[in-house]
Design a protein around this ligand. Structure first.
Ligand SMILES: [Zn+2]
Length: 136
Protein backbone atom coordinates (compact mmCIF):
# COMPACT_ATOMS: atom_id res chain seq x y z
CA UNK A 1 0.00 0.00 0.00
CA UNK A 2 1.44 3.37 -0.99
CA UNK A 3 1.15 6.49 1.12
CA UNK A 4 0.56 9.54 -1.07
CA UNK A 5 2.00 12.77 0.33
CA UNK A 6 -0.40 15.59 1.08
CA UNK A 7 -0.02 18.52 -1.32
CA UNK A 8 -1.00 22.16 -1.04
CA UNK A 9 -0.53 25.10 -3.37
CA UNK A 10 2.62 25.82 -1.37
CA UNK A 11 4.16 22.39 -1.83
CA UNK A 12 2.79 21.52 -5.29
CA UNK A 13 5.92 22.73 -7.19
CA UNK A 14 8.10 20.55 -4.95
CA UNK A 15 5.98 17.46 -5.64
CA UNK A 16 5.63 18.28 -9.34
CA UNK A 17 9.43 18.34 -9.62
CA UNK A 18 9.73 15.13 -7.59
CA UNK A 19 7.23 13.53 -9.97
CA UNK A 20 9.74 14.30 -12.74
CA UNK A 21 12.53 12.89 -10.56
CA UNK A 22 14.01 16.31 -9.82
CA UNK A 23 14.79 17.63 -6.35
CA UNK A 24 14.15 21.35 -5.81
CA UNK A 25 14.25 23.78 -2.90
CA UNK A 26 12.55 27.11 -2.48
CA UNK A 27 14.72 30.15 -3.25
CA UNK A 28 14.39 33.82 -2.30
CA UNK A 29 14.87 36.36 -5.07
CA UNK A 30 15.40 39.00 -2.40
CA UNK A 31 18.33 37.54 -0.45
CA UNK A 32 19.33 34.62 -2.74
CA UNK A 33 19.01 31.97 -0.01
CA UNK A 34 17.35 28.54 -0.14
CA UNK A 35 15.56 26.42 2.46
CA UNK A 36 13.30 23.43 3.01
CA UNK A 37 10.44 22.70 3.70
CA UNK A 38 8.52 25.23 1.58
CA UNK A 39 7.22 28.37 3.29
CA UNK A 40 4.96 31.22 2.11
CA UNK A 41 7.70 33.78 2.88
CA UNK A 42 11.47 33.72 3.00
CA UNK A 43 12.47 32.68 6.56
CA UNK A 44 15.51 35.00 6.36
CA UNK A 45 14.21 38.33 4.96
CA UNK A 46 10.43 37.68 4.78
CA UNK A 47 10.25 38.45 1.07
CA UNK A 48 7.42 36.85 -0.89
CA UNK A 49 9.22 36.88 -4.26
CA UNK A 50 10.18 33.20 -4.29
CA UNK A 51 11.06 30.63 -6.89
CA UNK A 52 12.55 27.14 -7.01
CA UNK A 53 16.09 25.99 -7.59
CA UNK A 54 17.37 22.52 -8.45
CA UNK A 55 19.33 20.63 -5.83
CA UNK A 56 22.00 18.13 -6.78
CA UNK A 57 20.51 15.41 -4.61
CA UNK A 58 23.66 14.70 -2.61
CA UNK A 59 23.92 15.08 1.11
CA UNK A 60 24.80 13.48 4.42
CA UNK A 61 22.76 11.93 7.20
CA UNK A 62 22.34 14.66 9.82
CA UNK A 63 20.29 12.48 12.20
CA UNK A 64 18.08 9.42 11.98
CA UNK A 65 15.93 6.92 13.83
CA UNK A 66 15.04 3.31 13.13
CA UNK A 67 11.30 2.67 13.18
CA UNK A 68 10.77 -0.83 14.61
CA UNK A 69 7.01 -0.75 15.22
CA UNK A 70 4.63 0.16 12.40
CA UNK A 71 2.39 3.07 13.35
CA UNK A 72 0.12 2.54 10.34
CA UNK A 73 -1.05 -0.53 8.43
CA UNK A 74 0.41 0.98 5.24
CA UNK A 75 3.95 0.51 6.55
CA UNK A 76 3.44 -2.75 8.45
CA UNK A 77 5.42 -4.70 5.87
CA UNK A 78 8.30 -2.19 5.84
CA UNK A 79 9.55 -2.23 9.43
CA UNK A 80 12.27 -1.82 10.43
CA UNK A 81 12.99 1.27 8.31
CA UNK A 82 15.03 4.43 8.71
CA UNK A 83 13.61 7.95 8.96
CA UNK A 84 16.44 10.42 8.56
CA UNK A 85 17.14 14.12 8.37
CA UNK A 86 19.42 14.49 5.36
CA UNK A 87 21.48 17.65 5.06
CA UNK A 88 21.71 18.48 1.37
CA UNK A 89 25.05 19.63 -0.03
CA UNK A 90 23.32 22.99 -0.67
CA UNK A 91 22.46 23.29 3.04
CA UNK A 92 18.73 22.66 3.56
CA UNK A 93 17.70 19.57 5.53
CA UNK A 94 15.04 17.18 4.28
CA UNK A 95 13.22 14.34 6.05
CA UNK A 96 13.29 11.08 4.10
CA UNK A 97 13.76 7.35 4.38
CA UNK A 98 17.18 5.79 3.85
CA UNK A 99 16.83 2.89 1.43
CA UNK A 100 19.30 0.48 -0.08
CA UNK A 101 21.06 -0.65 3.09
CA UNK A 102 20.27 -2.27 6.42
CA UNK A 103 19.15 0.13 9.17
CA UNK A 104 22.21 -0.94 11.20
CA UNK A 105 24.45 0.34 8.39
CA UNK A 106 23.12 3.91 8.59
CA UNK A 107 25.26 6.38 10.52
CA UNK A 108 25.37 10.12 11.18
CA UNK A 109 27.52 11.81 8.55
CA UNK A 110 27.03 9.01 6.01
CA UNK A 111 27.08 10.32 2.41
CA UNK A 112 23.78 9.70 0.62
CA UNK A 113 22.17 10.57 -2.68
CA UNK A 114 18.55 11.05 -3.67
CA UNK A 115 16.48 8.42 -5.45
CA UNK A 116 12.81 8.76 -6.36
CA UNK A 117 10.32 6.20 -5.14
CA UNK A 118 7.51 6.09 -7.69
CA UNK A 119 4.23 5.58 -5.81
CA UNK A 120 1.73 6.43 -8.59
CA UNK A 121 2.08 7.38 -12.25
CA UNK A 122 2.45 11.05 -11.24
CA UNK A 123 3.80 10.94 -7.69
CA UNK A 124 7.34 10.12 -6.65
CA UNK A 125 8.82 10.58 -3.19
CA UNK A 126 12.44 11.69 -2.73
CA UNK A 127 14.29 9.08 -0.68
CA UNK A 128 18.00 8.54 -0.11
CA UNK A 129 20.44 5.66 -0.55
CA UNK A 130 24.10 5.34 0.41
CA UNK A 131 26.25 7.34 -2.02
CA UNK A 132 28.23 5.24 -4.46
CA UNK A 133 31.87 5.02 -3.60
CA UNK A 134 31.16 5.19 0.12
CA UNK A 135 33.24 2.43 1.66
CA UNK A 136 30.82 2.05 4.51
ZN1 LIG B 1 15.08 36.24 1.54
Amino acid sequence: MAIIPGMTELTRPYWAAAGEHRLVTQHCRGCDRIWHPPLPRCPHCHATELDWRPAGGEGTVYSYTVVEHATHVAVADQVPYVVAIVELAEGPRIVANIRGCAPADVSVGMPVRVVFEQVTDDVAIPQFVPAEGDGG
